[in-house]
Write a protein that binds this ligand. Structure first.
Ligand SMILES: Cc1cc2nc3c(=O)[nH]c(=O)nc-3n(C[C@H](O)[C@H](O)[C@H](O)COP(=O)(O)OP(=O)(O)OC[C@H]3O[C@@H](n4cnc5c(N)ncnc54)[C@H](O)[C@@H]3O)c2cc1C
Length: 368
């Protein structure tokens, strides 16, 4: 059997384990290429990086080294197009890469807010996660120069609340003056959390001095302020966009996408139109499932992807992705405590943070 060219686009949570185990492809004579703009950043530790708990280097995995270890080729680049008809990917610099089998894991982005792109030194979206490390460095540099920092965090979900909590904690850790305002567009913050868990987290934030505002949808970002939908202007030095995640999409793709721009896949994580094309993580929509965009699912898709990429290269029965109905979610509140949730159960305390820290460090240690 002639070896096939297996191409992985993006080095995110859904591909990490596929890359780590890709010797299973190369030792069978297949060629592996990984195309991504840079290293893998783990989102589980990201808010702890913002809070100064973890060094950024701990949160990052060298994809070129991981790919080389598996006998593959790492191509630093950004894919802009996928042609199923021509079996080719197009990169930003015009390079074309042919594939026999391909998998797409290009993740998600916070929906851009007008004005943000013009001020990259002051505006930080939570994706790519690398930007969170840059945000922390900016806050630290301002503190080192004796400058106070006002930070506005837009969003009302778990990521926004965790970012606000950790930025407040960062201020304490570095002894700088950091004032954090959480601007939630809806009438409640953490409305999706079970029982009184959301209210408990908001109380904790307020006790620590975070200003939590609801009904405060950010409409645009000015050089030194954010403008709310009601016209109010709030002075700020740094802005964090944590308003949710939407799938990243390629500029050109001749396969079906859902209305959000996610690549539509069957339960084998393959495009029904072209079963050589696979995908995982936040950039895909799986028929019959409405899954939140969380790393838990992306990571669980990796073994299914690994097996099905090989099945597509060699023939064979594909595995089915069965998402778990419940999962453990632990928010890092930056002060040594965590808020843990599973189904309708939740608890807040130091043990929850220690459990999260253990899970996240154990995950990363596998690839170190
Ligand atoms: C601050 C924060 C904290 C979070 N905490 C948690 C948590 O505790 N638990 C949890 O389950 N989920 C968490 N999430 C959600 C989680 O980050 C995502 O669901 C997860 O990252 C999805 O992984 P992915 O594989 O889809 O994409 P990602 O891991 O984001 O990877 C996408 C990859 O694609 C690459 N890429 C992008 N565009 C291109 C392109 N055009 N060409 C080539 N490569 C490209 C990127 O460089 C990157 O390597 C958090 C999210 C954020 C923002």
């Amino acid at each position: 059997m002639a070896g096939k060219h297996i191409v992985l686009v993006g080095a995110g949570h859904a591909h990490l384990d596929v890359i780590a185990g890709a010797e299973a492809f190369t030792r069978r004579g297949h060629r592996l290429t990984v195309i991504a703009p840079g290293d893998f950043w783990y989102s589980g530790l990201a808010t702890g990086v913002a809070g100064g708990i973890y060094p950024p280097a701990l949160d990052r995995i060298d994809i070129a080294a991981l790919t080389a270890k598996a006998g593959g080729t790492y191509h630093r680049g950004v894919v802009t197009g996928l042609s199923s008809e021509r079996s080719r990917l197009t990169l930003e610099d015009g390079t074309e890469v042919p594939f026999d089998v391909v998998s797409l894991d290009i993740g998600s982005e916070a929906p851009p807010i007008p004005g943000e792109a013009a001020h990259p030194d002051r505006c930080f979206a939570v994706k790519p996660v690398r930007r969170i490390a840059e945000l922390r460095a900016t806050v630290e540099a301002r503190a080192a120069a004796g400058r106070p920092t006002r930070i506005a965090v837009a969003g009302g979900g778990a990521t926004a609340a965790e970012m606000a909590a950790n930025l407040e904690a960062l201020g304490r850790r570095i002894g700088g003056r950091v004032d954090v305002t959480l601007l939630a567009g809806g009438e409640r913050v953490l409305a999706q959390l079970p029982g009184r868990a959301g209210a408990a987290a908001v109380d904790a934030l307020r006790r620590r001095g975070v200003l939590v505002r609801t009904g405060a949808r950010v409409a645009s970002v000015d050089p030194d302020a954010v403008r709310l939908a009601n016209g109010e202007s709030i002075g700020t030095d740094l802005f964090v966009n944590a308003t949710g995640l939407r799938p990243r999409r390629l500029a050109v793709c001749d396969l079906p996408l859902d209305p959000n721009g996610a690549l539509v896949l069957d339960r084998h994580l393959r495009s029904r139109r072209d079963p050589r094309v696979h995908g995982g993580g936040d950039c895909v929509a799986i028929e019959g499932h409405e899954l939140p965009r969380i790393g838990v699912y992306a990571i669980r898709q990796a073994p299914v992807l690994a097996r099905n990429l090989l099945a597509a290269a060699e023939g064979g029965e594909p595995a089915t992705f069965e998402p778990q109905a419940r999962y453990l979610w632990i928010m890092n509140l930056g002060d040594g405590t965590g808020l843990a949730m599973r189904g309708g159960l939740w608890w807040h305390g130091r043990a929850a943070f220690r459990l999260k820290d253990w899970i996240d460090r154990r995950f990363l240690a596998k690839y170190a």
